[in-house]
Design a protein around this ligand. Structure first.
Ligand code: TRH
Length: 380
């Protein structure tokens, strides 16, 4: 059944929130035929992920999704059948009152952050009645189990990825477009997307002195700024800098489709947050994840929960090395320098495991489909 949806996204900082909300909106519209309106408070950030977005327009259609600029002063509209607040964003008070006045009341969902922690299975789908209005909000938790809300995966993704990864000509075109020669097998290609990380200087040092050359491809952003500080010179997107055996290849911030291709094309991807983290797993290449740093070391618990799931099927030699490296990266410990040589020596088993893991992700279920079914059950 075609339902109307309002998805509210506040960008705050970084790109994960809009990345997830946009993927969800697009999939609900293009694959499930739903009528979707996406409210975004920062169209300039959205434009960086999706070039079709015109930041100057208050309303526009992109891939059949109605994109609305969400201003502080909200222009009242009739609420949709299903209302999604992305990551606990506060909805406009007048909109919430209109939800309460609308019959039947819309299904109200708080879309939570992806986590591998086991407690989310017990909280997924729980209702929370509004303290004063006749409304119920449901918590929807993405996750890695069939009991969770599943993972954002568009259909046809594995085929598109495999088509690209098995087509050297397409990969060569991609590398040339970035201003880089296709790999000749003599160097390791690593993409780097991370938060400011006190461990990065030690990793750079290990890369510089590694007998296996490393090409580190860095989109413009925090990682490139930190590399510039480490190298003590400004590294501009589009330029390359050689430091011993390390080549830093700075590239512009890519749109989502090209960023996916970068993840598919590299031998190893450093990713962060939630969305690049999942895209790297779906990319079927080895990854090192930096969880979004949180108070009281919550990110370290998230890292451990992921490692428990991901590394359990790694062989007994690669598993401990992979876990030690990832933990050190998240603790921002200079131990990453010490662990680097061991990590990359296991790249064959890490690559085989990454392919296998990507194939298993489908078992968690598609988030968009699960969400649509969850809401439909409550609208009946
Ligand atoms: O940008 P992030 O750090 O987002 C974060 C997290 O979601 C975090 O949990 C949240 O609390 C915080 O924002 C506010 O990392 P993430 O989640 O990986 O999102 C990055 C998005 O940017 C993702 O959609 C991939 C995309 N991207 C590109 O499209 N092109 C690029 O060149 C790069 C580097 C990323």
């Amino acid at each position: 059944m075609v339902r109307t949806w309002d998805i509210f996204c506040s960008v705050v900082d970084n790109f994960g929130d809009i990345g997830v909300c946009w993927r969800l909106a697009r999939q609900l519209s293009s694959e499930l035929g739903q009528s979707v309106r996406l409210w975004v408070d920062d169209l300039a950030s959205f434009h960086r992920l999706c070039r079709a977005v015109n930041p100057a327009r208050t309303s526009q259609f992109i891939d059949a999704v109605e994109v609305r600029h969400w201003y502080v002063t909200f222009q009242q509209v009739e609420p949709a059948d299903i209302v999604i607040e992305g990551f606990g964003v506060r909805l406009p008070a007048a909109y919430v009152e209109a939800m309460a006045a609308r019959l039947p009341h819309p299904v109200w969902i708080n879309l939570e952050y992806l986590s591998a922690e086991s407690w989310i299975d017990g909280c997924h789908g729980l209702p929370s009645p509004h303290p004063s209005l006749p409304l119920v909000k449901y918590f929807f938790f993405p996750g890695f189990t069939s009991a969770s809300g599943g993972l954002l995966m568009e259909s046809g993704l594995a085929q598109a990825r495999e088509g690209f990864q098995s087509d050297p000509a397409a990969m060569a075109v991609f590398w040339h477009a970035l201003g880089l020669a296709p790999p000749d097998g003599g160097a390791l290609r690593v993409s780097l997307f991370c938060y400011d990380n006190a461990a990065l200087p030690a990793l750079v040092e290990a890369w510089c002195s590694d007998p296996l050359p490393v090409v580190c491809i860095v989109p413009e952003g925090a990682a490139l700024a930190q590399l510039s500080r480490i190298a003590n010179q400004r590294i501009e997107p589009g330029s390359c800098l050689k430091l011993g055996g390390l080549t830093i290849a700075a590239i512009p911030f890519l749109d989502m489709e090209h960023y996916d291709r970068l993840l598919w094309a590299c031998d190893l991807n450093f990713v962060r947050g939630e969305d690049s983290f999942l895209r790297a797993q779906l990319g079927a290449r080895p990854l090192v994840w930096q969880a979004y740093p949180q108070e009281e070391s919550a990110h370290l618990r998230k890292t451990s929960a992921f490692l428990e799931r991901y590394a359990s099927a790694l062989d007994s030699a690669a598993g401990p090395v992979f876990c030690a490296f990832t933990r050190a990266w998240n603790r921002e410990s200079t131990d990453v320098g010490r662990h680097w040589a061991a990590l990359r020596s296991h790249r064959k088993s890490l690559s085989a495991h990454a392919r296998c893991w990507a194939g298993k992700l489908a078992a968690s279920g598609s988030l968009a489909i699960k969400l649509a079914e969850f809401c439909e059950d409550r609208l009946k």
